[in-house]
Ligand binder design. Structure first.
Ligand code: HDE
Length: 712
């Protein structure tokens, strides 16, 4: 394996993008036609106070361009954040695939990743309760491979035919365009309570997975079963996983709501700053590989995108690592114009008949035509492969390539038969020859009809604190619905999944669980299909629980990039402050000195310290932990600030690590922290390393049941 890490100068995709970058330093301002401009503030007029002249080509050009600056936002996944990086392979996988980036361990393959929320508009807030998109574009030597996944291992629906329905139901309601970036409304629950295949992914959406602490702290999944094909043409089924090196962590819903107000760009900023400061996010690529002959050995169908394959049944083989080490130069040119497509595959990878995947293969090119405006979207710098492109596709809007020669057809003799075809041995793509012997039907396989077993498995597999959050999420979302019939239908369904879950949600809603419902609940079948055939079956318990489904299953002991708030005022104790700050920063945490005022603070050793944030400009929910150094004068000043108590009380309530030094104990006694002196993550005159250990654990969820009385 290459030991040198791919950086900006040797990343072939970044070198390729550099052909189109433009820097302004020391340059004259010109029109788009290259004419130097000498007044960019005043339009051309008939006299100083006269009307503007149509002749003013500088004004016309500037305004015209401005008028057309917007392109349609993505119909789903409109809000996103992108980054460049590279993928490296740990071991040669040629037993399974001939894809170069999965067989050549000396290669580093450039990638561009775009993370996104699904439902909200481009300008919506980052901490919406939502599934996150996790789309990776690999610029391989053999062409582009896009792994267009999500941060949950399953999807809402089984067949592409239902995609417009599920999306229409979650998007703002069409009459009043409310609510923005939120699933907590009637149309969504109306739909999902009638289409029970949604229940599994929905349960993930109600879990903490849907409110991640950071895009860097979530898993990614390709969801569908794909095929790997080796050089001998032998296929294996595969599911793709991304495992974050920083562990999987979330905020609480109450925090999410506050973060959306305090910093709607919380995730975007976090990703950008981590990369800008050299704390490169990393994920390991994992594969669940299934021999073809095992296709039917599971209690669910591998082609069903609403089912995961428990890691206990098929372990995830870790095969490589992705590192994101460069921020984009221009959001629009890169993050907005990037066009992913699950149909972008390379030799060695192939599709399966998953009916959701099959529909996606149509949708993504189609959507780029309206979003990017032309079939030439592959020529946009961020989308073009790093290997050469030659074919007989020609013309259309905004064609950039100047194709030489007389021929644009194949076969030809005038052009010497070029571009010529590649044999399989030369890397020509060859579709896996799957044997098909079937009737053409508009139907769904009965093997897709188990809608309850996996949501039940998911619920059983969560830790207590995760279940509490999930119950609260259901109660919140259903509590926002207006129609009782919808809430009751949902309760009835939850009761099919898990009695405890349904009971707890029903209590919070103040409703009884119905013993029967008056509507058919599985309307996703065709009119002529036999409803009996598609009725969701009862919960099957093929696995008691799967530890991999809990967020606790990937740990990290680092505090790198964790945001630590230090509250202090003039006269703070320099010695303890410095000791803590140095330790945290040595371990790559980000320390923010917060004070009642901006500018400078003078410590008890009469030294000046720059204040990073004045109390009024920031909020505790933006930090992972809180430290208050001693110093009599400082503590007395902090006692007069109500926001200081908001910081402490929220940190206690949201189970964060807190450390108090010297006189800061007095403040602690005036706050909600006073009842938590024996808490594992609360320290009085503690050692920095113990504080750091507690921060690395993310939260002390054991505290949570004891914080209900805190009005934060
Ligand atoms: Fe997408 N999806 N999707 N989707 N999807 C889009 O393509 C679609 C599905 C996913 O950062 C759109 O370029 C259909 C599953 C991500 O640019 C659109 C179906 C999964 C992104 C589209 C699905 C995804 C998209 C909108 C059901 C996880 C953002 C803009 C058959 C495996 C990519 C665009 C980015 C984007 C259609 C289902 C993930 C309209 C029809 C399942 C991460 O083409």
């Amino acid at each position: 394996m290459k030991s040198k890490k791919m950086g900006s100068t040797d990343n072939p995709k970044l070198v390729d993008l550099a052909r189109n970058t433009s820097a302004q330093e020391n340059q004259f301002m010109t029109t788009d036609q290259g004419v130097k401009i000498n007044d960019d503030a005043n339009s051309l007029k008939a006299g100083e106070r006269g009307s503007t002249l149509l002749e003013d080509f500088i004004l016309r050009e500037k305004i015209t361009h401005f008028d057309h600056e917007r392109i349609p936002e993505r119909i789903v996944h409109a809000r996103g954040s992108g980054a460049h990086g590279y993928f490296e392979l740990y071991e040669d996988l040629s037993a399974y695939t001939k894809a170069g980036f999965l067989t050549d361990t000396t290669r580093q393959t450039p990638v561009f990743v775009r993370f996104s929320t699904v439902a909200g508009s481009k300008g919506s807030a980052d901490l919406a309760r939502d599934i996150r998109g996790f789309a990776v574009k690999f610029y391989t030597n053999e062409g582009i491979f896009d792994l267009v996944g999500n941060n949950t291992p399953v999807f809402f629906i089984q067949d592409a035919m239902k995609f417009p329905d599920v999306i229409h139901s979650v998007k703002p309601e069409p009459d009043w365009e409310i609510p923005q970036a939120a699933s907590a409304h009637d149309t969504f629950y109306d739909f999902i309570s009638l289409a029970t295949e949604t229940l599994h992914n929905h349960m993930w959406a109600m879990s903490d997975r849907a409110i991640p602490r950071s895009l860097r702290m979530m898993e990614g999944f390709g969801i569908h079963t794909f095929r790997l094909i080796n050089a001998q043409g032998k296929p294996h089924f595969v599911r793709f996983h991304w495992k974050p090196k920083l562990g999987i962590h979330s905020v609480t819903w109450e925090e999410a709501v506050k973060i959306n107000g305090a910093d709607p760009d919380f995730h975007r900023r976090d990703l950008w700053e981590a990369i800008a400061t050299g704390n490169y996010p990393e994920w390991e690529l994992g594969l669940q590989i299934i021999p073809e002959e095992d296709e039917h050995k599971f209690d669910f169908d591998l082609l069903d995108a609403t089912k995961l394959i428990p890691e206990e049944l098929v372990p995830v083989k870790i095969v490589g690592k992705m590192t994101l080490n460069r921020n984009p130069d221009n959001f629009f040119a890169e993050t907005e114009q990037v066009a992913f497509h699950p149909g972008h595959i390379v030799p060695g990878i192939d599709f399966t008949n998953d009916p959701l995947l099959q529909g996606r293969l149509f949708s993504y090119t189609d959507t780029q035509l309206s979003r990017l405006g032309s079939p030439n979207f592959h020529e946009i710098p961020i989308n073009r492969p790093i290997n050469p492109v030659h074919n007989n596709q020609r013309d259309a809007h905004m064609r950039m390539t100047i194709d030489k020669g007389k021929t644009a057809y194949f076969p030809n003799s005038i052009g010497g038969g070029c571009p010529h075809l590649a044999k399989m041995a030369e890397g020509g793509f060859h579709t896996y020859e799957e044997r098909i012997d079937a009737k053409k039907v508009r139907d769904r396989s009965k093997s897709f009809s188990d809608h309850f077993s996996q949501p039940a498995l998911f619920y059983r597999s969560l830790k207590d604190w995760e279940r509490n959050h999930l119950v609260n999420a259901y109660a919140f979302e259903l509590g926002k619905c207006v129609y009782d019939t919808i809430k009751q239908r949902m309760l009835w369904l939850l009761n099919q999944i898990d009695k405890d879950l349904a009971k707890r949600v029903a209590t919070k809603l103040g409703l009884a669980i119905p013993t029967a419902i008056d509507k058919p609940i599985n309307q996703n079948i065709g009119a002529d299909a036999d409803p009996k055939k598609h009725e969701p079956g009862k919960v099957k318990k093929y696995l008691e629980k799967s530890d991999a489904l809990s967020q606790e299953h990937i740990h990290s002991d680092t505090i790198a990039t964790r945001q630590i708030a230090i509250l202090a005022a003039d006269g703070f104790d320099m010695k303890s402050y410095k000791k803590m700050k140095d330790y945290l920063e040595k371990n790559k945490a980000v320390v923010t000195l917060i004070a009642p005022h901006g500018g400078k603070l003078t410590c008890n050793q009469q030294m000046e310290h720059t204040v990073d944030a004045a109390l009024m400009t920031t909020e505790s929910v933006l930090y992972d932990a809180l430290y208050i150094p001693g110093g009599k004068e400082s503590i007395n000043a902090l006692k007069r600030e109500s926001k200081v108590f908001k910081f402490i009380n929220e940190s206690v309530k949201y189970c964060k690590a807190l450390a108090f030094e010297g006189e800061a104990a007095e403040i602690m006694d005036m706050s909600a922290a006073k009842d938590f002196k024996n808490d594992d993550a609360v320290f009085i005159n503690g050692k920095p390393e113990d504080f750091a250990r507690a921060i690395a654990k993310h939260r002390n969820w054991k505290r949570e049941p004891h914080t209900v009385h805190i009005p934060a």
